[in-house]
Design a protein around this ligand. Structure first.
Ligand SMILES: *Cc1c(COP(=O)(O)O)cnc(C)c1O
Length: 380
């Protein structure tokens, strides 16, 4: 009889804690970036309706036809979905005027960011993106161990495209642009993106993240579809999560030239997008005008809300999506606390607070909080 085997089978408290100390060795790259932190739910406060303005979700109810399509497609879950998402890609192809071979459907634009990083980046390459911007950029590029160049935004929350162009080296393999930028709000202009892309070597893949394009109204804004026609190294990221109001179903898509799509097809998870999600997204595409109308209405609400904040004295950058950004700096925590106390969840990103456009009652409450906050913190 083997003594050590016998003692192994009787775990003492010492061996349990020993097992903890010897946790598996994970890649060092994991130490270089924080995990993704989702927007918090609102706190329940007696007598106040809670509002979640922390995740840029669409606050409008789903289109009835989309709900009907979901019920109709609640079919046999024993079967895998259509991996090629052919019907949805055909719908997108018709709607956007691009070829089927220029489209890929994924589990949200989030999966695209992961896959794009996988097909471009490793420990020998460098990635460039603006900062502050979408929190997944440091996560995906950090995970593969690429060197990250976070290029600070200008004082008014815009990409500093000159500085981004200057950050390009021989090792640059992946660049991300975000328009409208999450969390600050401004869009990129068509002319400035073209000037930038003309400086990027053609072997460097550039992703233009247009998760919020439907809400943008600024004249001269970049139009990803026309840009992608002219630049074979550009890939466009879009999603059904925001304007279409389908965040819970996890559907996004990319538009790019066929070689990029072929690369992405090797990096995405097979069968990621369920038939239910594909059917709902396709139905929503059929109601494109209605989706764009609703986005435009949210855009008007945003403009009114941003104007009211500026009227109070806040320095709000150009807001072109379904949120506004308050550059609060070190007062961000205090502002978030003031919102939490009033049953409103906002997104505190350290440099500032992002507030999603929601119901009129929600925005009216935020305006009251913001006015009181200015009085207590700035005007005393
Ligand atoms: C919400 C968001 C996405 C992707 O969201 P999905 O739900 O994964 O499609 C991508 N980029 C930005 C900037 C976003 O805010």
């Amino acid at each position: 009889m083997n003594d050590s085997a016998a003692s192994d089978s009787v775990p003492s408290s010492a061996s349990v804690s020993g097992a903890c100390a010897a946790s598996p060795r994970l890649r060092g790259a994991l130490e270089t970036f924080p995990p993704y932190i989702p927007g918090k739910p609102p706190r329940q406060v007696e007598g106040l309706e809670p509002f979640k303005l922390s995740s840029n979700e669409n606050f409008l109810p789903p289109l009835p036809a989309v709900l009907d399509a979901m019920v109709a497609h609640a079919t046999n879950p024993a079967l895998y979905p259509d991996d090629a998402a052919l019907a949805l890609r055909q719908g997108l192809s018709d709607r956007l005027g691009v070829g089927l071979d220029q489209l890929i459907v994924t589990t949200g634009a989030s999966e695209l960011l992961v896959a794009l990083t996988q097909i471009t980046s490793d420990t020998t390459t460098e990635a460039i993106y603006p900062w502050p911007s979408f929190e997944m950029y440091p996560q995906t590029t950090g995970l593969v161990g690429s060197t990250r160049h976070e290029v600070p935004l200008t004082a008014d929350g815009r990409h500093d495209l000159d500085a981004m162009a200057e950050a390009i080296t021989d090792r640059t393999s992946f660049i991300i642009l975000c328009s409208p930028n999450n969390p600050t709000g401004p869009v990129l202009r068509d002319d400035e993106v073209r000037t930038f892309l003309d400086k990027v070597p053609s072997h460097v893949l550039v992703a233009l993240d247009e998760a919020y394009w439907e809400f943008a109204t600024a004249p001269g804004r970049a139009d990803g579809l026309s840009l992608v026609r002219d630049y074979p190294n550009l890939v466009l990221l879009r999603t059904f999560s925001k304007a279409h109001g389908l965040a819970g179903l996890r559907v996004g898509y990319a538009v790019a030239h066929p070689p990029v799509i072929e690369g992405l097809l090797k990096a995405v998870i097979p069968f990621g997008v369920t038939d239910l999600s594909q059917a709902a997204a396709l139905e929503s595409l059929k109601h494109w005008d209605e989706v764009l109308d609703r986005a435009a209405r949210i855009g008007q609400t945003r403009d009114t809300f941003a104007a009211a904040l500026r009227e109070q004295g806040w320095d709000v950058p150009e807001a072109q999506a379904n949120y506004v950004w308050l550059p609060l700096g070190e007062k961000s925590d205090a502002f978030e606390d003031a919102c939490v106390e009033q049953a409103v969840a906002v997104r505190n990103l350290g440099d500032g607070v992002r507030i999603s456009i929601g119901e009129d009652d929600a925005l009216a409450r935020v305006l009251e909080i913001a006015e009181r906050f200015r009085f207590e913190h700035f005007e005393k």
